[in-house]
Structures are given as structure tokens and as C-alpha cells.
Design a protein around this ligand. Sequence first.
Ligand SMILES: C[S@@+](CC[C@H](N)C(=O)[O-])C[C@H]1O[C@@H](n2cnc3c(N)ncnc32)[C@H](O)[C@@H]1O
Length: 194
Amino acid sequence: MPSSDERERWNRKYRENPEAWLDPDPFLAQAFSKYVQPLFPRGGSALDLAGGAGRHSIWLAKQGWKVTLMDISETGIELARRNAGPLAPHIHFVVDDLTQFRASQTGFDLVIGFFYLERGMFPEILKAVRPGGLLVYKTYTVEQLKLSSGPKDPSHLLEPKELLRLVEGLQVLHYSETVAEKATAEIVARRKDS
Ligand SMILES: C[S@@+](CC[C@H](N)C(=O)[O-])C[C@H]1O[C@@H](n2cnc3c(N)ncnc32)[C@H](O)[C@@H]1O
């Protein structure tokens, strides 16, 4: 789907159901306490890819992190700014098309991605993690096709073990695939110190 259609589709979703994306996925807090916090006890910089209405950026800002939230939907970003309330100054809100994303030289201590998959972006995603930093990623797998709800476009669903291949070169600290209410794969991986 062209990016402009995707933007419209998400703008509409966020307008029609602004309350649907408020609670952070539990995997963020789990990965944070086990892997992120021990490595960065004083906080750091994070990039939230396709962060939508901001539930994960806001959670990280609450933990004292400085976050950049990128998303193609200006309605999602507006909602994120509103949802962040007094934490908004700790979040840099960027409306952008991630298919054009290029990692900056500085990189981030932590890069997160939840429920967004654009395979071609992974080389840039890995570059966006600074040496010694972490990637926390979770999204749907093809097993989702057997469930009654959720996304059905295979181009946005991970094949078995595909996430492991996409992060090749990083040190994998945690990986699992689950079929429950949603079918997902999740990973925590670390970029080696240079
Ligand atoms: C399923 S939502 C997940 C949002 C957020 N990560 C979360 O878990 O709450 C997918 C998000 O991807 C964003 N998105 C889709 N295509 C995009 C693109 N090309 N560039 C940036 N964001 C995009 C949508 O606007 C939407 O906010």
C-alpha cells in the first residue's frame, strides 16, 4: 500500500478510536526491567519506530528516558502529544514516513518497534542502535492468519524465526514466538560495542 494511503488509513483509525492505543504492551516493561535498566541505570535516548499514539514513548519518558517518536500519522502524533501531557517535553515528536528512514550517525541507546513491519528498513533500524545499545521489537507473525482478528496482510507478518534473521549481526538476548490472543514474535538484541 502506498505510504499516503497508509497515512490516511491510520489517521482514520486514530480519529475513530482514540482510546484504543493507550496501554503499553507488557513486553516493554518486561524487557526494560531485565535488559534495559541494568545496562542504562541512568536512562538514555530512545527511538520509538511507528510509535503511533505514544503509549510506549510515554512509558519510557516516565522512566526518565528522552524519546523520539516517529510515525507517519499526524493524527496519531497529535494524540501522542495530548496523551503525554506534562511528559511531552521529554518526547521529540516526528511525523515521517519510515520507508524513507535513514539512521543518524549518533544513534540511540534503545530502539523499539511494536506492531509495525517493513522488512526493508531493518538495515537502517540496526544502524540506529548505537554500539552497546539495545533493540526491543515485537510484532505479528503469520500465525495471526489463523486467528479471527488482527492484520491479515502477509507482507506485514513475520515468518517463523524471521525476526532472528532480520537482526543478524546483533547479539540476541531474548527471543520468543507466541500464539495467544495475538500471534507475535519478540526480541531483545544488543549491538556490539565498536
Ligand atoms: C499497529 S500501529 C502500532 C503503533 C505503536 N507502535 C503501538 O504499538 O502502539 C502501526 C503504526 O504504524 C504507523 N505506520 C504505518 N506505516 C508507516 C510508515 N510508512 N512510516 C511511519 N509509520 C507508519 C501507523 O501510523 C501506526 O501508528
